[in-house]
Write a protein of this length. Structure first.
Length: 249
């Protein structure tokens, strides 16, 4: 059994409220720090697009407050990323009362792996996928049509892709905990491999630019991560079997 008695529903809500407040404060601190460097952060964000644009071209903004709002959003996203380890920790601590004592010891591995995988996925999108995708889109410019991308539209588009890559790179972590909870098994993961491969291409077609190169650049890592997830599931299954033999109260 758990080392704590079952918490009543209102106690869970109170705990959730405390965790959300702490997370909001952490994001607020990160936002304040990142806002001081928001213009520089935005310049870094647009580097892949600048490299794909013709010489002398630049982004535009079509409404007076657009750049101010864009810098605010850049600072907010930067604040969330800066606070990501703390956010994952708060997430873990919220579910910790329902875990066994030995499972609570996994807090540091969970926080570390979740943060590194998310940042790694976003970095993969920024350094690998963005150059190819933006080059594809800018290729539609000619002597009659000229691309004038909006700063706000670019930010929204790039944020969607970065978040998508960050989330798909969390796949091994999700599989590990789904296995621990008994929702999935290693045998099922192996059996459904062909459907997972199909799903990887469908997800890539939805969230990436409509060119074959970018889609393969997402579907490829997704398939690799699924295979890693199978190995992680085997490890989780082994750990679960050991815990049944020697339960820890």
């Amino acid at each position: 059994m758990n080392d704590q008695e079952k918490m009543p529903f209102l106690a869970h809500l109170e705990e959730l409220r405390k965790r959300l407040i702490a997370s909001a404060i952490a994001v607020g601190i990160g936002f304040a720090i990142c806002y001081c460097f928001s213009e520089r952060l935005f310049q870094i964000l647009i580097e892949p697009l600048k490299a794909a644009m013709p010489e002398g071209d630049h982004l535009v903004f079509t409404a007076l407050p657009e750049m101010f709002v864009t810098y605010l959003k850049v600072a907010l996203v930067g604040g969330v990323l800066l606070a990501a380890p703390f956010l994952f920790y708060e997430m873990w601590m919220f579910v910790a009362p329902g875990l066994y004592r030995h499972e609570k010891k996994m807090a540091i591995p969970f926080v570390t792996s979740s943060t590194l995988l998310f940042v790694g996925g976003a970095a993969f999108g920024y350094f690998i996928v963005f150059p190819f995708g933006f080059k594809f889109f800018m290729g539609f410019s000619n002597e009659y049509v000229r691309a004038l991308p909006s700063a706000m539209e670019y930010f929204s588009f790039s944020l969607k892709l970065l978040f998508a890559f960050g989330m798909v790179f969390e796949l091994p972590v999700f599989i590990f905990f789904l296995t621990k909870l008994g929702i999935v098994t290693t045998d099922n993961l192996k059996k459904n491999r062909k459907y997972a491969i199909l799903g990887a291409f469908i997800v890539a077609a939805i969230v990436t630019p409509p060119d074959v190169v970018s889609q393969f650049m997402m579907s490829g890592p997704l398939i690799v991560l699924y295979e890693i997830g199978i190995i992680v599931s085997m490890f989780a299954k082994k750990k679960k079997a050991q815990e049944k033999v020697q339960p820890e109260f």
